[in-house]
Design a protein around this ligand. Sequence first.
Ligand code: URP
Ligand code: ZN
Ligand code: ZN
Ligand code: ZN
Length: 479
Amino acid sequence: MSLFIKGGTIVTHEETYQADILCSGNKIVEIGQQLTPPQDATLLDATGKLIMPGGIDPHTHMQLPFMGTVAKDDFASGTRAALAGGTTSIIDFVIPNPQQSLLEAYHQWREWAQKAHSNYTFHVAITWWDDSVGKEMETLVKQYGVNSFKHFMAYKNAIMATDDILVASFTKCLELGALPTVHAENGELVYHLQNSLMEQGITGPEAHPLSRPSSVEGEAANRAISIANTLGAPLYLVHVSTEEAVDAIRYAKDHGHTIFGEVLAGHLTVNDSVYQNPDWATAAAHVMSPPFRPKHHQDALWKGVQGGTLQTTATDHCAFCSEQKAMGKDNFTQIPNGTAGVEERMMVLWEKGVNEGKITPNEFVALTSTNTAKIFNIYPDKGCVRVGADADLVIWNPNAEKTLSAKTHQSNIEHSIFEGMTIHGIPETTICNGALAWHEGKLLAQSGDGKYIDRPTYAPFYEALKKRQQRAKPQCVQR
Ligand code: URP
Ligand code: ZN
Ligand code: ZN
Ligand code: ZN
């Protein structure tokens, strides 16, 4: 099976040039000028179009059992949406219940993901601790290609990781060469503010952002970073939504620490006015954590993106329909937290980033694909267009336009946080594992075509970090 893409302009994180591409099997096998296609190749004319690495969304929750229900997009519909938006790989989350075996949960998620249309891999959440958890982390790393572990500092009485768990798990990550990641919100404060708002009779979705002010994120971001820095561990902060957290990451990076930040397409473009919507269902549709923020924070996020403090873009795709959101009709704390976006992420970043001159097309590639591939150690198989890389590509038409709407999106839910946004420059064809996966508005990939991605530990940044640690090793004073 070969695929020949003629006349396009290749855009990578570092260069832009015109060339033809030949894919064979699931690999890119040739890139060059005026290549002659093999006779049996499928031909694609990309004249006037851009060819970029397929997007990698490092933060999705397909089919997640959460807050008494299960997210509406499963691995089939969620990855269909991903491919429609030019994303060829997702990093989803295995979230064991407290006291549940990590391996048992991992195998459960692997089974659910067998119907994926796009490629996928998993972070594994650490929701409790004893010695067996550390041992299972080791097994996941050594036998199952997991190289990152997630810690929810929020969601008290459910999956919250307290400081003792963070210390134990970050230490284990460091020993294994794996990357700890955190959802940074102070769960105690959220719990306190939720109860206080309910007591005051503020029970609607407008209470959601009030229960999670920016300081709640700022405190947790600073704490997680301080714990990681003290232990000498690297850290990746998911869905950074506040100026305080951006400042904390920048400060730590400026002081030589290995800290990474992720930002969501939603946090960059949707502001907190959505919670004031007089229609309960519309306001509730935007309930996610951390919440959408005032413009002041959005400006800080864009500056973080432009200045390199935030390296990756994600969606936290976790789709709940109106019926599910209505579980919190009389109590905002019961509204399942989550919004969709895996299909729109790249388009939104193109429109608001590239078209508004905030980032270049090469930076767009870094932010939507390459940086994630590097941080989670799947580069250069993923995240780049070069001979030998996996043939995961998106063909982008910079001259086509489209208006985003729940009426036409691939997600199973009836609401879009990006409703009505017109995009100038859209993904037209998505190639996954060397095959046409999405083309001319149609899904061509089959359920089950997606492949699990093994991720080795000790990403390149770890070598530098370990050397620093070796040099700073405590020494006895010889007396
Ligand atoms: O509201 C959200 N983000 N739901 C999914 C779980 C999480 O916190 O990432
Ligand atoms: Zn989260
Ligand atoms: Zn400020
Ligand atoms: Zn999440």
